[in-house]
Design a protein around this ligand. Structure first.
Ligand SMILES: [Zn+2]
Length: 627
């Protein structure tokens, strides 16, 4: 028999968090709302809520042994496995909570062709993936902001359609996949890009409890639960059972719920007032309002249902009617009260100046971007950039194959019937060859090292670096780039901004940094190398770039010898480790003495004059150089 489940903290015992709870209940009644995103800082028990929801869902009836959890009297029909069977026996079980593991491949998520069966027996057999497992249950993605974009796309597609379509090696397969998609994220770990954000039906932010009585109650219940989970769950059993019945009734009622006269127009006006683009907001609010009515036991959705669900559908899509429109096309979108707080200072910082003459430029040569800078009045190409990224799928090559996808090639051969009998080897034909399609969006780490020498100049360097960092992070929804800042000042070097992809965090940490004082440049470079090496050790394929903004005036020693020579030695060590670097030359004097050039040569790095007018384009350039 199934093992007894670990006691789960009861949903009804969660204190406060009404918005989050409502969003979860709505999507449990109608998974077609299209997924819930829960935003909250670390330790806010987001996953507790998701597990609690799974535990309170009404049980479901499924065909015994069906890998796709078919309903025995499925109105939409049965899967191939069930169709091939004779009389079906059914079982009743709780809906599943499927955790999407970090690093799951697309095959693992959507399912794949059984390679072994294909190679051994030449049989085409579909191996169900996590979407099949999650059918009629919950698919939970912790840290959804760290998931590769293509996977989030696939998941949101399936969640919205209720069907998983798989196209692999010339085989199409589809099965029902109606599940409540719940993603959680910590905004400090980076954002979800706006295009994906919009695809989540609802978003709820975990609220900070300000009432001391409520806070105390949270702690009291948590401790009670930890002391004796079973007894605690027992005390909440009646509440849980009531909610379970309410959910079951709402699920049964939903198909017959209708909207009152004029409700769609009311929703449309609301979405227009919030300047929602596209129709997704309207549709989500409509569906959520019906689910809300069903939860209240009504078969008619009214304006009050719309009022109740609208904040969950609007927070991540639009702007409140009284707010000024964004200043430019690249402005970050509004994202609820929590996100909005961080933006104003960021906006001020990002609109430093237009770019009259962007110093470096990106050109495309043979399909690859390369960086060109002006040097001595001539344009010279400094870096050839090549792409590298996660292997996401395979395709039939159009030219010579540089990146063979062995697994897909073998599958293609097997499915063609490349094996005459069980003891004969697989014979590949040129038509079987497949090449890898890679995701070009592996995040990069860009480490800035800023020196403190000359308080006026240092202040300017810091402001420019800050502008660039925020510019980079505002743009990094698509790519999961991270930025760090090391400050060489005083006795040593300080990591002011540890690697982060969060604009919110960067703008918070990069305020009011004191400038001036001794410049231990060697210590700064040493610290930066440590960050880079650590990153490479953790994620061997992450592209890394060191950006050194300096006037070259090192005046504080790390080892008790000449400070400048020590900085050169550290620079050479970074070069020997194979890290790429750029020097932003801040040697402003009319008679440069070549200190920065020396450092650039030691790093094997191009040197670009730091021009305040070129900050935005420089930020773009550095990001491209990092890949
Ligand atoms: Zn079935």
């Amino acid at each position: 028999m199934a093992p007894e489940r670990e006691p789960v903290f009861p949903f009804t015992a969660i204190v406060g968090q009404e918005q989050m709870k409502l969003a979860l209940l709505l999507v449990a009644v109608d998974p077609g709302i299209g997924g819930v995103l829960i935003r909250g800082h670390k330790g806010t028990a987001k996953s507790t809520a998701v597990r609690a929801l799974a535990a309170v869902l009404p049980p479901i009836e499924v065909v015994d042994g069906c890998p796709f959890s078919c309903h025995p009297q499925a109105p939409q029909g049965l899967c191939e496995v069930c169709q091939a069977k004779g009389p079906l026996s059914s079982v009743v079980r709780p809906p599943r909570l499927v955790d999407l593991p970090m690093g799951a491949t697309e095959d693992r998520v959507v399912g794949s062709i059984d390679l072994e069966a294909a190679l051994k027996e030449g049989r085409r057999h579909f191996l169900p993936g996590l979407l099949a497992q999650a059918h009629r249950g919950i698919l939970y993605i912790d840290e959804v902001n760290l998931l590769p974009d293509h996977l989030v796309d696939v998941l949101l597609d399936a969640a919205a359609m209720g069907v998983n379509y798989v196209e692999r090696e010339g085989i199409s397969f589809s099965h029902r996949a109606r599940f409540a998609l719940v993603g959680t994220m910590n905004p400090e770990e980076g954002e979800v890009r706006p295009q994906l954000l919009d695809r989540f039906g609802l978003m709820a932010a975990v609220e900070e409890l300000r009432d001391p009585t409520l806070r105390a109650e949270v702690v009291r219940r948590r401790l009670d639960f930890e002391r004796d989970p079973r007894a605690f769950v027992g005390r909440w059993q009646d509440e849980e059972e009531r909610l379970r019945h309410r959910l079951a009734a709402a699920q049964a009622l939903l198909p017959s719920v209708t909207a009152e006269e004029g409700l769609l127009e009311h929703i449309a006006r609301l979405c227009l007032a919030y300047r929602i683009e596209g129709m997704r907001g309207d549709i989500t609010i409509y569906r959520a309002a019906l689910a809300h009515a069903a939860l209240q036991g009504r078969d008619r959705a009214r304006k009050e249902d719309v009022e109740a669900v609208a904040p969950l559908a609007l927070a991540h899509r639009g702007r409140p009617p009284d707010e000024a429109p964004p200043a430019g096309p690249s402005s970050p979108p509004a994202r609820g009260p929590e996100g909005l707080k961080g933006w104003p200072s960021v906006e001020g910082e990002r609109h430093i100046a237009p770019i009259p003459n962007p110093a470096p430029s990106i050109t495309w040569k043979e399909g690859k971007p390369s960086l060109t800078v002006m040097r001595g009045g001539r344009r010279t190409t400094v870096v050839g950039l090549s792409g590298r990224g996660r292997y996401i799928s395979a395709r039939i090559p159009s030219g010579p194959v540089r990146d063979l996808a062995l697994d897909a090639t073998l599958r293609a051969a097997a499915l063609r019937g490349a094996r005459a009998g069980p003891k004969t080897p697989v014979r590949l034909s040129p038509a079987d060859v497949r090449e890898k399609v890679r995701e070009g969006t592996a995040g990069a780490l860009i480490v800035f090292v800023i020196d403190a020498s000359g308080s006026m100049a240092a202040r300017q360097r810091m402001a420019l670096a800050k502008g660039m960092i925020l510019e980079m992070l505002a743009e990094s929804y698509r790519r999961r780039d991270q930025v760090a800042l090391v400050y060489a000042r005083g006795q040593g070097a300080q990591v002011i901004l540890p690697p982060t992809g969060s604009l919110e965090r960067a703008s918070r940490l990069l305020t009011a940094i004191p400038v001036g004082g001794a410049t231990p440049l060697a210590a700064g470079l040493f610290r930066a190398r440590w960050l880079l090496e650590r990153r490479r050790w953790l994620y061997p394929y992450t592209p890394c770039l060191l950006v050194l903004a300096t006037d070259g005036r090192a005046n504080k020693s790390l080892y008790g010898t000449d400070p400048y020579l020590e900085a050169l030695q550290e620079a050479m060590a970074i070069r020997r480790k194979g890290f790429r670097a750029v020097v932003l030359d801040c040697e402003a004097s009319a008679y440069p003495i070549g200190l920065t050039r020396g450092l650039a040569e030691a790093l094997g790095a191009p040197s670009i004059p730091l021009d305040p007018r070129a900050t935005p384009s420089l930020a773009q350039t550095l990001k491209l150089m990092a890949r």
